[in-house]
Unconditional design. Structure first.
Ligand SMILES: [Zn+2]
Length: 299
């Protein structure tokens, strides 16, 4: 009798379908996939290569959102196009930037560093608020996998133990990654760098890097001539300028040839060109360090 009961329990939990979990960006999908390993695969809304800051849902994606058992997303500062969807569908949602314990930085869009008195050169598309690129501090990724496991446990209590165990393993992996990056990036500390868009504040703060300026103004706009001229000033004393995956490298190339900066490999801080899945997040962080070091060392 006990044997039969045990067999039934096993059968029931094997048949319990996990909820449909919908995620916004490749990084969120990756962290969620780590937590769901062996149970299910979260859906990624963003099309491969698409700019997360500037995207529109297709009807099939809106339908996925409609039927989601859980939506995991960074927050409205990252994907404004998803904010309305999350609100109107009323599906259970976990906003990662609002998870307690998240280390937050303010967006630098309205910072004073470009104040030059003319008041017209540096109009920014950002209006301040939270800088959404918070996964570039791995401590946040570690905090988030635990929060994701907690929300999944509510949506799918049958698999709560698996989610908790996966989150613990993911945290250990992320903490190890963080220590490894801190060690590897030491040669890049205090070497001023230019980047494509204003995504690297968390990475810089965590590992002691110096970002001297970014080509794009705010997050989703092409640079103007006045901004590029001011940027050349900001980049005096910098060593490298990095283009970015999914964006035209010409502005970086022009800056490099005008200023004598080394041009680094394209960085991919949002994982837009990478294969989605649980391995994306550690691969993304490792590739950022590899790319930065390749240029800093003159490779
Ligand atoms: Zn961004």
């Amino acid at each position: 009798m006990r044997g039969i009961a045990l067999a039934l329990v096993t059968l029931t939990s094997a048949l319990a379908a996990p909820p449909q979990v919908v995620t916004d960006t490749p990084v969120t999908q990756s962290l969620t996939a780590m937590v769901m390993a062996g149970v299910g695969t979260p859906t990624l809304l963003l099309d491969k290569g698409a700019d997360p800051h500037d995207f529109q849902l297709r009807p099939s994606q809106a339908a996925a959102l409609e039927g989601a058992g859980l939506v995991v997303w960074i927050g409205p500062e990252m994907t404004p196009w998803l904010a309305t969807g999350v609100q109107t569908t009323g599906r259970p949602a976990l906003e990662l930037l609002s998870v307690p314990g998240t280390v937050l930085r303010q967006a630098s869009g309205d910072e004073e560093e470009h104040e030059d008195g003319t008041g017209q050169d540096h109009e920014q598309s950002h209006t301040g608020g939270r800088d959404p690129h918070a996964w570039l501090d791995p401590r946040n990724a570690a905090t988030w996998v635990a929060a994701i496991a907690g929300e999944l446990a509510k949506a799918d209590p049958d698999n709560a133990a698996a989610y908790a165990a996966n989150a613990t393993a993911a945290q250990a992996r992320i903490i190890e990654l963080d220590a490894d990056l801190a060690h590897r990036l030491e040669p890049a500390r205090a070497v001023p760098l230019g980047v494509y868009h204003d995504a690297y504040g968390y990475l810089a703060a965590r590992y002691g890097l110096t970002i001297a300026g970014s080509i794009a103004q705010g997050d989703a706009h092409d640079p103007g001539a006045a901004h590029l001229a001011a940027l050349e000033d900001d980049l005096k004393g910098a060593l490298c300028i990095f283009p970015e995956a999914g964006h035209d490298a010409r502005a970086a190339e022009t800056l490099a040839s005008d200023t004598g900066l080394r041009i680094g490999p394209p960085l991919d801080p949002e994982g837009l060109a990478m294969d989605p899945g649980p391995g994306l997040y550690p691969a993304l962080m490792t590739a950022l360090a590899d790319g930065i070091l390749a240029c800093v060392r003159g490779g």
